[in-house]
Design a protein around this ligand. Structure first.
Ligand code: ADP
Ligand code: MG
Length: 223
């Protein structure tokens, strides 16, 4: 089954800005897709729509075969929490909490039963190579470690799709490579990975790069 399928998605903001003007996108399980484009092209608007953080003005968006446009808020919340994992440029780590507590907060808001939490946390931390930092305070992590924690948080609920907005924007070359390697591992497990990026290395790494310009996909890079 196609992981996500968007058809003729539009998003017009109050005031009249047409941020998306008819976007079609299919992403298969295990596929790594990069979305590139200038500032203001509509990339974050698209990611918010794909992430069920915002509703498109019109069009169709199927996630794991289920139409999400017009779905009630409860079901959208459930799908967002269980089927999607998010990684942003800023890792959004809670500095006063330990690494493990940062993950517990996510599991609690996703209503994962208590008994399931410790093994999920252990598994996620092992996958990103942070098991040894389990009890460290978030504020003590390096930038690369923070982003690894953000990825551990994104994969806690075994999402079908990872949506990332400039995940390597704050990282050096070595840590950018770490993020790509972790996403590769997810893709090998069948997770669809959609990454908004300005990073040429990420665009080159993806199976497919698509260019967004003025709210539509285009063939060539705008001059
Ligand atoms: N909440 C909003 N209200 C009104 N206009 C917005 C809002 N968010 C974004 N926009 C406008 O929509 C267009 C696309 O923005 P955005 O999706 O953030 O682009 P990108 O992420 O590619 O830089 C821009 O013209 C931006 O000014
Ligand atoms: Mg943006």
């Amino acid at each position: 089954m196609t992981a996500l399928r968007a058809r003729a998605l539009t998003r017009t903001y109050p005031g009249g800005v047409e941020a998306l003007r008819g976007v079609d996108l299919d992403v298969e399980p295990g596929e790594r897709v990069a979305i590139v484009g200038r500032s203001g092209a509509g990339k974050s608007t698209l990611l918010n729509a794909l992430g069920l953080l915002d509703e498109p003005t019109s069009g169709s968006y199927r996630l794991l075969g289920e139409e999400t446009v017009g779905l009630d808020e409860r079901r959208r919340d459930h799908l967002r929490r269980r089927a999607l994992g998010f990684v942003f440029q800023d890792a959004h780590v809670l500095g006063q909490r330990t690494v493990a507590e940062n993950l517990t907060v996510k599991l609690a808001t996703s209503r994962v039963p208590r008994a399931e939490r410790p093994p999920r946390i252990a598994d996620s931390l092992a996958r990103v190579g942070l098991s040894h930092r389990r009890d460290a305070a978030g504020r003590l992590l390096s930038g690369g470690e923070k982003q690894r924690l953000a990825i551990a948080r994104a994969i806690l609920t075994s999402p079908a799709v990872i949506l990332a907005d400039e995940p390597t924007g704050n990282l050096d070359g070595v840590n950018s490579q770490v993020v790509r390697d972790l996403f590769d591992e997810q893709a090998r497990d069948g997770v669809a990975v959609v990454v908004i990026t300005h990073d040429d290395r990420v665009a080159a790494w993806a199976d497919r790069s698509v260019i967004l310009q003025d709210g539509q996909f285009t063939e060539a890079m705008p001059q």
